[in-house]
Design a protein around this ligand. Structure first.
Ligand SMILES: CC(C)(COP(=O)(O)OP(=O)(O)OC[C@H]1O[C@@H](n2cnc3c(N)ncnc32)[C@H](O)[C@@H]1OP(=O)(O)O)[C@@H](O)C(=O)NCCC(=O)NCCS
Length: 163
């Protein structure tokens, strides 16, 4: 039995000069890469094999990350279907030059899909939700999934109508 809490992982890294942008803070794309890496680790472990990123949504950057800050990226599988999973990711930093509380810098939700060696989708294990927080995240993930699928369907059908 695997719960969302069992899938939690954290990647931590010091942000170096190579990650900087023209303003001297960390380029958002570098944070997105680590967010995708963290989601992949959570998904691969839960899916007991490879999972690919199908999409990333609601990536919100709240405050700049500075060169030298220690970035911690937490990922957790919120929801699992037949082959797809929603992974929630939260990025926080420890400022390099002060002992202050951790700063929440970004959050994102990613859809990861378990695939076999040929790239075909495959089933993932059951995700068992137990705590109130797990149930809330699971419920909110279901809402986001409905919206993603409805948007995709509506766009596909509008193209069909227009052709
Ligand atoms: C992701 C991928 C495997 C899905 O393949 P597909 O043929 O569309 O598969 P399906 O339509 O059967 O969808 C598989 C699952 O993903 C879900 N899914 C696919 N795209 C989705 C999206 N944009 N939003 C939400 N869910 C999505 C489906 O609902 C389904 O979920 P379920 O099995 O839990 O019910 C395929 O699009 C792919 O290989 N994409 C490239 C991935 C990649 O290279 N990523 C970057 C490198 S890791």
């Amino acid at each position: 039995m695997t719960t969302p809490t069992d899938t939690q992982i954290t990647l931590s890294r010091v942000m170096g000069n190579v990650e900087g942008n023209l303003l001297g803070t960390v380029h958002g794309g570098n944070i997105m890469k680590i967010v995708d890496d963290a989601a992949g680790v959570a998904a691969n472990r839960f899916a007991q094999g490879p999972a690919v990123t199908a999409g990333m949504d609601e990536m919100v950057f709240l405050t700049p990350v500075r060169i030298g800050d220690v970035l911690h990226v937490h990922a957790c599988v919120n929801w699992a279907g037949r082959s797809s999973m929603e992974v929630g990711v939260r990025a926080e930093v420890d400022r390099w030059d002060a002992v202050t509380p951790r700063v929440h810098v970004a959050s994102a939700y990613l859809v990861m899909v378990a695939v076999d060696q040929d790239g075909a989708t495959r089933e993932v294990p059951e995700l068992v939700v137990q705590t109130a927080a797990e149930r809330r995240r699971h419920h909110e993930a279901e809402i986001r999934r409905r919206h993603r699928l409805a948007r995709r369907e509506e766009i596909a059908s509008s193209r069909g109508v227009g052709e």
